[in-house]
Design a protein around this ligand. Structure first.
Ligand SMILES: N[C@@H](CCC(=O)N[C@@H](CS)C(=O)NCC(=O)O)C(=O)O
Length: 206
């Protein structure tokens, strides 16, 4: 029986990252998925998170956790987690930060455009676009230098690598006009090499 509940929707990069990490940690049976709409003040979500944000994780104790990176830390320390996706190296923390930054820049510009179409050319929007360009350039360089390398389908991926994959996938999903694979072809090859992994293919955005 599931001991935890993950509140999520099908389009949040933060929620998908947590869900994928749970799968990679072998916690699938422990996590019940509760689908909610965070933009509609869903009562089920408000009952576990006054900020009405996903992801939110209700632990077996009833304690409710928010913020994807904190939930990730909790899952990695879960007694039933397999050690494989455990993180904590400096490199992995750095990737987690870059993955979160990709999600933040993409999500904020998308949501801003949706709710304030008149402000699309705002200074904030320009800053997010510039950040996305620099993030892509940095990651392309990391692949070029062999820091970020394709791994065998059976080998474990770190939380940071999962976060990068999800952030890039979100960028392709919500900002197709950016065509990031053309701008960062080696990074695109790295991304493509992971796409068939079950935890990633079974959680694709829709
Ligand atoms: N920093 C948070 C971001 C979570 C977040 O912004 N989630 C969005 C969905 S992608 C949300 O629930 N938004 C609802 C709202 O802001 O009212 C995390 O890492 O979990």
């Amino acid at each position: 029986m599931s001991s935890m509940q993950l509140f999520l929707n099908a389009t949040s990069p933060y929620a998908r990252f947590v869900r994928v990490l749970g799968l990679e940690l072998g916690l699938e049976e422990q996590i019940e998925l509760i689908w909610v709409d965070p933009w509609q003040n869903d009562p089920a979500l408000l009952a576990v998170n006054p900020a009405a944000k996903i992801p939110t994780l209700r632990c077996a104790s009833g304690q409710c956790l928010s913020e994807s990176l904190l939930i990730a830390q909790y899952l990695q320390q879960h007694p039933q987690a397999t050690a494989s996706a455990a993180a904590g190296s400096e490199q992995d923390l750095a990737w987690l930060g870059l993955g979160q930054a990709l999600m933040d820049a993409a999500f904020q510009s998308v949501i801003h455009k949706k709710y304030h179409p008149e402000a699309v050319k705002s200074l904030l929007d320009q800053r997010r676009q510039a950040a996305l360009q620099r993030l892509l350039a940095e990651l392309e360089q990391q692949v070029d230098q062999g820091k970020l390398a394709a791994s065998a389908p059976t080998s474990s991926l770190s939380a940071g690598q999962l976060s990068l994959f999800v952030g890039l996938d979100y960028l392709a999903f919500r900002c197709p006009e950016l065509d990031w694979p053309t701008q960062a072809p080696q990074l695109a090859a790295w991304h493509q090499s992971l796409a068939q992994r079950t935890s990633l293919s079974s959680t694709a955005f829709h």
